[in-house]
Design a protein around this ligand. Structure first.
Ligand code: G2I
Length: 453
């Protein structure tokens, strides 16, 4: 169900555009249908994506604003109206008026809605700021449950938890009253959200997680990998992507998106704005999303520059007067030029001949960035089931393994040996299992060999 959501939403948006154009055409005869490919939303929909904007409820009465919103976008994120202080201003008293207004505006026009955000250290109402311990944990879980239940069936994706990691090189969680309730607060929030709305995609959302070599990015990656391994219900990762001189668009952005996607989650660009609105940078961001099959879409954090939380940086696609900026043209062109994406397979098919009974093969897929890489190794049993396996891999000089998952290892440099852990030694005939590791340096041409025990 969740996988079908974006395409269904896109179709609805297209159908609506067509119907509206038809009605206008009957009245005025000469109005041409808004052909797919002439607006951001329609072009994105052609690529199976959405193109969204953060929307403020109080601006829905501004016709210059809604004209652009309704024409260009097929997804909406409430900018502040679903935050904790807005939806539960007093404990146990829920207030959905402004959020409902945005949801109704969007859905009546065939736009999908991203929910933002259920659990966050910021924008907490006073009563929550003053809470701690198990009372806070319960209050947070109740909030997640109530809000996700209210919007069930109306929100295609939720930012369940927002900004839970610290900036800088620590790779640690951000200190907050929620974090102090216990390290498992994030997974508890995800489980509560899933229980309340099993149809919405559940995302972790953060900023400064765009550069693959940054500690914060790696820390979020490790959490998502751990969640996937342990069955914590997470479906997607949101990259806010607020780019400016202090936090520029990184050349390894595509590596970041594809590396997360390879964990088995969707990726979404959730709050894009770029200081100065460089057309080239906007184009690159969109191309990077289109290059990753599991990148569902892009949301810009506001419509006109004057709508931006950083208006002085003029970071958006429309001028304060509502005119299209060069960045708009670049984004539209990128959406229209984009080809239907095919991610490189996480693990390419084995190049060696199929093993005989009792044997196994191993194949490796690498995501390389400047100074490091992640390798995913697929172990495939031959025509008989195996009960244990050992993979041998020789790393190039200068490469050192820093961490690994789903396998035991001996050796961090040179020739390394990898053996199954308790839960993945048994592999059925012709079936596969995967393990992975991260390393410094360059992968080069890794050629794994596999022996079954
Ligand atoms: O800070 C930029 C974004 C970073 N990621 C999470 C987003 O949720 C966040 O959005 C911004 C909104 O764009 C601002 O509009 O979040 C801010 C609050 O953390 C929002 O600012 C607040 C002001 O601080 C309040 O004084 C104001 O009442 O907007 C509120 C409503 O206009």
């Amino acid at each position: 169900m969740r996988n079908a959501t974006w395409k269904a939403a896109s179709r609805a948006a297209l159908a609506l555009t067509g119907a509206g154009a038809l009605a206008a055409g009957m009245a005025m005869v000469l109005v041409a249908p808004a052909a797919a490919g002439t607006t951001l939303g329609a072009s994105a929909a052609e690529k199976g994506r959405y193109f969204g904007a953060a929307v403020a409820a109080y601006k829905l009465s501004d016709s210059a604003y809604t004209t652009i919103l309704n024409r260009e976008f097929n997804s909406v994120t409430p900018e502040n109206e679903m935050k904790i202080d807005a939806t539960e201003p007093q404990q146990g008293q829920f207030s959905y008026g402004q959020a409902d207004q945005i949801v109704n505006h969007a859905r009546s026009r065939g736009m999908s809605v991203r929910g933002h955000t259920l659990a966050w250290h910021s924008q907490q109402p006073g009563w929550m700021q003053n809470m701690s311990g198990s009372a806070l944990r319960q209050a947070m879980l109740n909030h997640v449950t109530q809000v996700a239940t209210h919007f069930r069936g109306q929100v295609v994706a939720w930012d369940v938890v927002n900004e839970a990691f610290a900036d800088g090189s620590s790779g640690a969680r951000r200190d907050s009253n929620l974090q102090r309730t216990g390290n498992d607060w994030i997974e508890a929030a995800f489980r509560a959200a899933r229980a309340a709305d099993s149809g919405a995609k559940l995302c972790y959302n953060d900023y400064n997680t765009d550069n693959w070599s940054h500690a914060k990015t790696q820390a979020v990656y490790a959490m998502v990998r751990d969640f996937k391994q342990r069955g914590v219900p997470i479906d997607c990762v949101g990259f806010q992507s607020h780019f400016n001189s202090g936090s520029p668009y990184p050349s390894n952005y595509r590596t970041t998106l594809s590396s997360f996607a390879a964990l088995g989650v969707d990726v979404q660009i959730t709050e894009l704005d770029i200081e100065g609105a460089s057309a080239a940078t906007y184009r690159s961001v969109v191309e990077d999303c289109l290059a990753v099959a599991r990148c569902n879409g892009v949301t810009v954090w506001g419509i006109r520059d004057s709508d931006s939380w950083r208006a002085s940086q003029t970071p958006l696609l429309f001028t304060s007067g509502g005119a299209k900026k060069p960045a708009y043209d670049a984004v539209l062109a990128a959406l229209n030029n984009g080809t239907t994406p095919t991610d490189p397979p996480t693990t390419p098919p084995p190049t060696t001949p199929p093993p005989g009974p009792g044997g196994c093969t191993a194949a490796v897929a690498v995501n390389q960035w400047t100074g490091g890489f992640v390798a995913t190794v697929k172990v495939t049993a031959g025509s008989s089931a195996i009960t244990s396996w050992t993979v041998t891999l020789t790393l190039p000089l200068g490469s050192t393994v820093t961490n690994a998952w789903n396998a035991n290892r001996s050796g961090d440099t040179g020739t390394t040996n990898w053996t199954n852990v308790a839960y993945n030694g048994r592999v059925g005939a012709g079936q596969s299992t995967e393990f992975g590791f991260q390393a410094n340096g360059t992968a080069g041409g890794l050629t794994p060999t596999c022996a079954a025990g």
